[in-house]
Write a protein that binds this ligand. Structure first.
Ligand SMILES: NC(=O)c1ccc[n+]([C@@H]2O[C@H](COP(=O)([O-])OP(=O)(O)OC[C@H]3O[C@@H](n4cnc5c(N)ncnc54)[C@H](O)[C@@H]3O)[C@@H](O)[C@H]2O)c1
Length: 351
C-alpha cells in the first residue's frame, strides 16, 4: 500500500507516519514544507526505513506535487499539512489562508489530475482523506455534542480556513467524483506535540518553574484525544470509510482547561517534585479573543460503522504524555531555545 502523507513532520502527521511505516508496513511518502512546526527529529525512528521517503515541498507548489504523484503513484493520500495554531491565526491569518485553503485546493486538484488517468480498481479504490477539526462547528453550550450533521459555524481565522478547506474537499468529490473522505477530530495531545499548544506548553513551563498562563476563567471545555488513537482513526477512515462521508473522531474526554492543567501539575508533583506544588504556578491571564466555550464530539458513526474505539482515557494518556516530555528533553529543548520559547501569541493589537 502506497500512502502519500502531507504534513508528516508535524505533531499528528509524524505519529501517523510512524504508525504507517512501522505498524502497517505501508510505503510512505511524506511531503512537508518544514515550517516552524515541522520537525524531522520526530521521525528519527523511521528515517532509515526502506518503506519511508521524505520530500520537502510546499503543498501550494503544483509542479512539485504533480511530479510526486507521477513518481510515487499513491493509492491513498492523507492530507494533514496545515497551519494549525489558533493563536497564530489571530496574530496573522495570511499563512492560514495560503496553506489551508489555497494549498488544499492545489493538492485536491493535483490529486484529481492524477486520479483521472487511473483505470479499473486503481481508480475505484483510490482515496483522498482530508484531515480536519471539530473547530469548524464553532462553540457548544453546556449541553449537546457535535455530530456529522452539525452546521458549520467557525469562530477563529484557523477554524474558518479549515471549514473552507472541508468545503473544497466535498466539492471535489461531488463535482469531479474524486474519492474523498473527511475526518473532523477534537483536540489531540501526546508525545512530540509542539510546545505552543496547551498541554506541552504547561508541562514545559512547569518543569522550568515558569508561570502557567490560563486564558480567562479556565472553564472552557475541550474534548481530548490521545494522538495515537487519532492516528488509528485516520487510517480506519482512509482505508474503510465511505466515499463522500465525514467521520467525527473523539475520545469522550471533556475537561476544562483548568482541570487539564491541574492534572498535569499533580502528575509533575510525583514525577518531578519541586519545593511547592506545581499548581502554585497557575496564573489567569486575558482571555483569547473569540474563545469557543466548549467542544465535544459524538464519535458514534466511526465507532458503529467502522469499529474504531479510543483506547486511551484522558488520565492514562496525559500521564504517558507528561512522562514522555520529562524523558525527552533532547527533543524539546532545541525547540524552546530556537523556535518558540513560550511567549503569549494571539493578543489583539489596534491598527
Ligand atoms: N492538533 C490538533 O489537536 C488537531 C485536531 C484536529 C485536527 N487537526 C488537523 O490535523 C492536521 C495536523 O495537525 P498538527 O497538530 O499535526 O499540525 P502541526 O502544526 O503540528 O503540523 C503541521 C505540519 O504541516 C506542515 N506544513 C505547513 N504548511 C505547509 C505547506 N504549505 N506545505 C507543506 N507542509 C506544510 C508543517 O511543516 C508541519 O509539519 C491539521 O490539518 C490540523 O488542522 C489537528
Amino acid at each position: 500500500m502506497r500512502v502519500m502523507v502531507t504534513g508528516g513532520a508535524g505533531f499528528i502527521g509524524s505519529a501517523l507516519v510512524r504508525y504507517l511505516v512501522s505498524e502497517i508496513g505501508a510505503d510512505v511518502l511524506n511531503i512537508d514544507k518544514l515550517t516552524y512546526a515541522g520537525n524531522l527529529a520526530s521521525l528519527q525512528s523511521v528515517q532509515g526505513a526502506a518503506n519511508y521517503r521524505f520530500l520537502r515541498a510546499d503543498i501550494c507548489d503544483r509542479s512539485k506535487l504533480r511530479q510526486a504523484f507521477d513518481d510515487f503513484k499513491p493509492e491513498i493520500v492523507m492530507h494533514l499539512a496545515a497551519e494549525s495554531h489558533v493563536d497564530r491565526s489571530i496574530s496573522g491569518a495570511g499563512d492560514f489562508i495560503q496553506t489551508n485553503v489555497v494549498g488544499t485546493f492545489s493538492l485536491l486538484d493535483e490529486a484529481k489530475h492524477y486520479w483521472e488517468k487511473l483505470e479499473g480498481t486503481a481508480k475505484s479504490q483510490f482515496r483522498f482523506l482530508h484531515v480536519s477539526t471539530d473547530e469548524v462547528y464553532g462553540s457548544l453550550g453546556p449541553e449537546g455534542l457535535f455530530d456529522e450533521e452539525t452546521r458549520y459555524d467557525p469562530s477563529s481565522p484557523y477554524s474558518a480556513s479549515k471549514a473552507a478547506s472541508d468545503h473544497l474537499a466535498i466539492a471535489w468529490q461531488r463535482t469531479f467524483g474524486l474519492p474523498v473522505v473527511i475526518s473532523n477530530c477534537s483536540n489531540n495531545y501526546g508525545p512530540y506535540h509542539f510546545p505552543e499548544k496547551l498541554i506541552p506548553l504547561m508541562i514545559l513551563n512547569a518543569l522550568e518553574g515558569k508561570e502557567l498562563p490560563i486564558y480567562g476563567s479556565g472553564l472552557n471545555i475541550r474534548d481530548w484525544l490521545y494522538v495515537e488513537d487519532h492516528v488509528r482513526g485516520l487510517f480506519t477512515v482512509a482505508s474503510r470509510g465511505r466515499v463522500g462521508e465525514k467521520y467525527n473522531i473523539g475520545g469522550r474526554n471533556e475537561r476544562t482547561n483548568l482541570e487539564v492543567v491541574t492534572r498535569i501539575c499533580k502528575i509533575l508533583d510525583d514525577v518531578a517534585p519541586r519545593e511547592n506544588p506545581h499548581s502554585d504556578l497557575i496564573r489567569h491571564v486575558a482571555d483569547r479573543p473569540g474563545h469557543d466555550a466548549r467542544y465535544a464530539i459524538d464519535a458514534t458513526k466511526l465507532e458503529e460503522e467502522l469499529g474504531w474505539r479510543a483506547q486511551e482515557s484522558f488520565e492514562t494518556g496525559v500521564e504517558k504524555t507528561v512522562r514522555w516530555f520529562v524523558d525527552n528533553e533532547a527533543w524539546w529543548s532545541p525547540l524552546r531555545k530556537q523556535v518558540y520559547s513560550g511567549e503569549r501569541l494571539g493578543i489583539l493589537t489596534r491598527s
